[in-house]
Design a protein around this ligand. Structure first.
Ligand SMILES: CC(=O)N[C@@H](CCC[C@H](N)C(=O)O)C(=O)O
Length: 386
């Protein structure tokens, strides 16, 4: 089998896991609606030697237990499964077949790597057990927390857990991580404004929610620049605005959709309390009603100090992949819930593409797939011999 995958998948022979990534890439689905994805993964798992495998499903997620030869502990590997509401604009021949949805955050790559590692251990069992976790709804509303407490995981709970995330900015052949905080605390943010609609020519008889929403978007940014300690870090991004019905009708309703990020839980509380004060003030000044919904909240991704340092040392000694000790990022990941209960780590996997995560043109370099399968399989094998 050749593994000379090119970026847009024309004629060259592919490694099986690059081919799998391309098939998964074509079927991106929303969180908790990953039905085709789940079926695809289950069909693949059934094609593996079954002697050491047990499979359980939970909603659209999957657990696979690989039984060890003489287990003393259990490793875990987690891959997320959902896509994003983005209309793909890549040069791929294997573009999304689901209009308006795209794997633009690398979950197709994460799953292909998960299947690759699973294939390795189904064929080369180690002493210890391994739980593979294919998790729905990472982009929201969050599958990790309910999965962690579900009955199906109880007797397959790992003693150490690993996950990775593709990193467009790092070259292929690098991994980047650090002990301690890697990703931020997150909270979704949905703000509904309700005023009084009216004729475009009579603004004095209405309360215009387009004006209120525009002011609120600007005022929200003052929380970051004026209320958060400049030596701390927080982000408010409003990614979507909706309001009004027609160009000559004053809007009765507007809606902002965004996300809050912070490095500490305390700063998250501060930001939320300032949002509430600002919106209360706007209710008075615009004589309108404002409702806030914080949606899904993820806790920070905090890498276990010793386990992460040990992994970083191993990467450096293994010599095949370059290690970068990175700084924390304001991305969020509900893998943080797994790390709150189970020692382990997440790392960035370099995929070298000019377009960032959540961009319609992102094209991860697929050579990273086999490289990651090989590296993680070797790392778990090494750990199991300790
Ligand atoms: C790695 C990554 O991009 N993760 C997402 C997680 C989304 C969390 C939640 N839905 C939110 O928007 O706050 C991210 O946007 O960082």
């Amino acid at each position: 089998m050749a593994s000379t995958a090119n970026r847009n998948g024309s004629s060259e022979a592919l490694s099986p896991f690059v081919a799998i990534r391309r098939e998964l890439h074509q079927i991106p689905e929303p969180g908790f609606a990953e039905f085709k994805t789940q079926q695809y993964l289950l069909t693949y798992v059934q094609s593996l030697p079954q002697e050491r495998l047990e499979v359980r499903t939970w909603r659209t997620g999957i657990f696979v237990n690989v039984k060890g030869v003489s287990p003393k502990r259990r490793f875990g590997y987690r891959a997320d499964m959902d896509g994003l509401p983005i209309s793909e604009d890549t040069s791929y021949e294997f573009r999304s077949a689901h209009q308006g949805y795209m794997h633009a955050c690398g979950h197709d790559v994460h799953m292909a790597i998960g299947l690759g590692i699973l294939t390795h251990f189904a064929n080369h069992p180690i002493n210890d057990d391994i739980t593979f976790i294919f998790q729905p709804a990472e982009e929201g509303p969050g599958g990790a927390l309910p999965m962690l407490t579900c009955e199906e995981l109880r007797d397959w709970m790992p003693d150490q857990i690993i996950a990775l995330h593709i990193a467009p900015e790092y070259p292929v052949g690098t991994v980047a991580t650090k002990p301690g905080i890697l990703f931020a605390n997150t909270s979704e943010l949905f703000i509904d404004l309700t005023g009084k609609g009216g004729h475009a020519a009579f603004p004095h008889l209405a309360n215009d929610m387009v004006i209120a929403a525009c002011q609120l978007v600007s005022q929200l940014q003052t929380i970051i620049s004026r209320n958060v300690n400049p030596l701390d870090s927080a982000v408010i991004t409003i990614g979507k605005i909706e309001g009004g019905t027609k160009q000559n009708i004053i809007a009765e309703k507007a809606r902002l959709e965004g996300t809050i990020r912070s490095l500490s839980a305390e700063t998250m509380q501060l930001v939320k309390s300032r949002i509430e004060s600002l919106t209360a003030g706007m209710e008075t000044s615009f004589n309108c009603k404002i409702d806030i919904d914080y949606g899904a909240n993820y806790r920070q991704v905090f890498n276990h100090l010793e386990t992460t340092r040990e992994f970083m040392d191993w990467v450096e000694q293994s010599g095949t992949v370059k290690l970068i000790e990175c700084t924390e990022a304001m991305t969020g990941e509900d893998f943080g819930y797994f790390l709150a209960d189970i020692p382990g780590f997440m790392f960035w996997l370099g995929v070298d593409t000019p377009y960032g995560l959540h961009h319609a043109k992102i094209e991860p370099d697929e050579q990273a797939i086999d490289l990651a399968i090989n590296m993680i399989s070797r790392y778990i094998t090494w750990k199991s011999q300790m």
